[in-house]
Write a protein that binds this ligand. Structure first.
Ligand code: ADP
Ligand code: MG
Ligand code: MG
Length: 193
């Protein structure tokens, strides 16, 4: 995946999040403040306006900077800073091997910035298992990613706004885990082209 291909994937997330806005909003309405759909849509709409051609690492870095400045809430700095850190390990031409490294960096950045570990019902539960998925199956299939998000449904949240819901947070997929499915799927699609 070169810079042009990555740019196409990042710009493509604008319409993905337009289509998924209501899904993410309903999840966040159950265990948060109901803005995750709007946040992701606003973030990737800004990416499609502001991020222009460059090498793959440049596109990744610009995407991160744009997400940081356009998404409010917890997810903005987590996704934004992660993309900036991921750009530091991205090659000019991202292959599967490099994407594994990029996804490991994604997980490590969210872990340190969010002070989160597995099983806390966050985006980290999808992100942290994605590189292993790619290594094992050779792909990042939507169904496989979705089943990682599905695993957060029965978890009890201990981080972010959802943690205020305590036991009541069980029974809903974490909104950030769901948005991570789409972000990671887009990266995988670019490499599979
Ligand atoms: P906010 O909760 O501030 O309104 P969003 O609704 O955009 O922000 O994002 C909520 C998502 O952010 C959650 O579903 C969760 O996946 C993720 N999140 C929140 N806090 C953390 C954290 N400390 N570590 C990892 N992810 C987190
Ligand atoms: Mg929210
Ligand atoms: Mg909010």
């Amino acid at each position: 995946m070169n810079g042009d291909q990555l740019l196409r994937q990042m710009h493509g997330l604008k319409s993905v999040f337009e289509n998924k806005e209501s899904e993410l909003t309903s999840l966040d309405r159950e265990i948060g403040d109901g803005d995750h759909g709007v946040n992701m849509k606003r973030g990737f709409s800004a990416v499609s306006e502001k991020v222009s051609a460059g090498s793959a690492p440049e596109v990744m870095r610009q995407t991160g900077m744009t997400l940081m400045s356009s998404i409010g809430g917890a997810s903005g700095p987590l996704y934004g800073f992660s993309f900036v850190k991921m750009s530091e390990v991205a090659k000019e031409d991202i292959d599967k091997e490099n994407l594994i490294e990029i996804l490991d960096t994604f997980a490590a950045t969210v872990a340190s910035k969010g002070k989160v570990e597995g099983g806390e019902k966050t985006m980290y539960d999808v992100i942290s298992k994605s590189s292993e998925l790619l290594r094992k199956t050779g792909a990042l299939k939507l169904d496989d990613l979705q089943s990682l998000a599905q695993d957060t449904e029965e978890m009890m949240a201990t981080k972010g706004r959802a943690a205020y819901f305590k036991e009541q947070s069980r029974g809903t997929i974490d909104p950030g885990a769901q948005s991570a499915v789409y972000v990671i799927h887009a990266l995988g699609e670019g490499v599979a082209e």
